[in-house]
Design a protein around this ligand. Structure first.
Ligand code: COA
Length: 162
């Protein structure tokens, strides 16, 4: 049986192991999310609590950043799943699990307008696109998908116990 973990607690491991995980997260998001500003492992490690990381047999296969922007909004960013593991519901699983960690009333994601898979994923989960779309700093058109956290948590029974 593969060993699976989906956690924001990975940064509590010893430094060498945490850095290794941070390095993998960093490679994934720099590559798959085509970030204009490239991240370094130390950028990820110092925000480790914000990164929900999915590991299978000790290899990072997906992640998401849960970025608390204000009292009202949390932004979900840097969602990615490695190519070999896509299409099996892992993206869906990561977003749903990330919602457990969201404490603000609203949650949103900024998604490139050409990213049909991601738009569909967030749409299926109950996020709604607010219009108009706009051009981001890199000159790419993006949509913002927003949802009410409480509704999503109720819908998917994601309230924490206790
Ligand atoms: C976006 C991304 C994270 C989705 O990851 P994923 O693991 O493939 O996501 P899911 O499997 O949950 O959903 C993707 C598709 O697989 C389908 N799927 C889900 N579970 C499935 C299953 N058990 N069997 C077959 N297909 C399934 C979904 O219906 C969905 O298809 P649809 O969009 O046509 O409805 C991934 O494509 C990725 O990393 N992309 C590059 C980075 C990126 O664009 N990130 C988003 C930034 S906003």
């Amino acid at each position: 049986m593969p060993e699976v973990s989906l956690t924001t607690d990975w940064g509590k491991a010893d430094f060498a192991r945490s850095m290794k995980i941070a390095g993998q997260v960093c490679s994934l998001i720099n590559y798959y999310n085509r970030l204009t500003t490239k991240y370094r492992p130390e950028n990820i490690l110092c925000r480790s609590k914000q990164y929900l990381v999915l590991m299978i047999n000790d290899i990072v296969v997906g992640c998401i950043r849960i970025h608390n922007q204000s009292y009202t909004f949390t932004e979900l960013r840097h969602l990615c799943v490695i190519e070999s593991h896509r299409g099996g519901g892992l993206g869906d699983l990561i977003v749903k699990e990330s919602l457990r960690n969201v404490t603000t009333p609203m949650v949103y994601a900024t998604i490139k307008s050409t990213n049909a898979v991601s738009l569909s994923l967030f749409g299926r989960l109950g996020f709604r696109i607010i219009s108009p779309s706009y051009l981001n700093g890199g000159g790419e058109r993006v949509d913002v998908a927003v949802a009410t956290t409480k509704v999503l948590k109720r819908e998917y029974k994601l309230e924490r116990k206790g």
